[in-house]
Design a protein around this ligand. Structure first.
Ligand code: MRU
Length: 351
């Protein structure tokens, strides 16, 4: 994929030793970059979905560790601050494993840097380099995911996606949306159906926004229309991102993904999951052990800026659900396309 094919907004920007974050809550109406100065700012941005999407959360958290340790006045103080910031940032959201992956990588790198005997300034700079590497590797990873995913698609087909696993959720290109950018560049016509993705509308506000901005054929539908468009024969494949893949291939993704997978199976439509290796968690045996975040009732009762439910009504608002592995046709990673048996084949990826 050439860099010219993607002109989307960058969600996390590190420049001149400063962190700027695109406030994704305000999209598509306003494009506002927030300057973040402390690890507390980053924690708050992750918790409140200013930055969201598994890889982007990991990238922001890596810079959060940098911000949380940069005022240290000695090497010992710096290493303590790195660990403290990492532990604190790990409490921002529970489901996306990329957060913990990025924090573990920053802690491990900090330990190695501390042993190198650099100056304090050199030590701090080396950790910035690691955060930048996490971000730029994600861009390359997504290009490869896009290539593999596109090899599964023909010209002139319809593909449905849920939530936002695009450029906004990653360093660039996205995971599930990467093949659409690539297809456009190669003159292929893929018609994308984007579920609006209640309650926070990542599909409507973010996926429809970034694909439409790129000139990709995207049609926005309400979540409860997915079965209908499938029954019309308009959907040839489903592709989604994920926040965590368990060792047995069960997949956590935005609430509603499971329903889409069941509908896809009922219609004989392949259901693909696109993700980097950093989203695969072999330490979590099955989907049952993946922690599912529950969010505020107001996301449902006042989600459109207006009260849409009676005061005091009971609300259940899980942010993610688990799609059991039997609904997953393949998991598309930077290392290739993985099919069942997932427990065996996911393990092989790390050998
Ligand atoms: O609550 P969000 O917006 O962080 O949820 C995001 C998703 O569920 C994405 O599909 C997932 O993180 C993959 S992003 C490449």
């Amino acid at each position: 994929m050439t860099t010219t094919s993607y002109t989307g907004l960058q969600s996390v920007i590190w420049h001149d030793d400063k962190l700027d974050l695109l406030d994704q809550r305000l999209l598509p109406e306003e494009i506002v970059y927030l300057p973040l100065e402390t690890s507390e700012d980053v924690w708050e941005a992750i918790r409140h979905l200013k930055v969201r999407g598994a890889p982007a959360i990991g990238i922001a958290a890596a810079y959060g560790v940098v911000l949380g340790s940069r005022s240290a006045e000695s090497a010992e103080e710096w290493l303590t601050a790195v660990h403290k910031a990492a532990e604190y940032l790990a409490t921002s959201r529970p489901t996306a494993v990329n957060l913990f992956w990025a924090l573990d990588r920053m802690k491990a790198r900090a330990e190695a840097i501390a042993a190198e005997g650099l100056t304090l300034e050199g030590t701090k700079q080396a950790l910035i380099t690691e955060a930048i590497a996490i971000q730029s590797e994600d861009e390359e990873t997504n290009r490869m995911i896009g290539e593999h995913a596109l090899s599964l698609f023909q010209d002139d087909i319809g593909v449905l996606t849920h939530c936002n696993a695009g450029g906004l959720a990653t360093a660039k290109y996205g995971t599930a949306l990467a093949p659409f950018y690539l297809a456009k560049e190669r003159g292929m016509n893929i018609r994308v159906f984007a579920d609006e993705t209640r309650p926070v509308l990542q599909g409507a506000r973010l996926t429809a926004f970034e694909l439409h901005q790129a000139g990709i054929d995207v049609t926005l539908i309400c979540d409860n229309m997915a079965g209908h468009v499938m029954s019309k024969g308009w959907v040839n494949a489903v592709i989604v991102g994920t926040d965590r893949v368990a060792a047995n291939g069960d997949v956590a993704n935005k609430i509603g993904t499971y329903s889409v997978a069941v509908l896809a199976k009922a219609h004989g439509i392949p259901f693909y999951v696109a993700c980097p290796l950093s989203t695969i968690d072999l330490n979590t045996p099955t989907g049952a052990e993946i922690p599912i975040e529950e969010r505020n009732a107001e996301e449902i009762t006042e989600g459109f800026g207006k009260r849409t439910a009676p005061q005091g009504v009971k609300v259940y608002n899980p942010a993610f659900d688990i799609t059991p592995n039997e609904y997953v046709t393949a998991i598309i990673t930077e290392k290739g396309i993985i099919e069942a048996p997932f427990d065996v084949n996911l393990k092989k990826l790390f050998e």
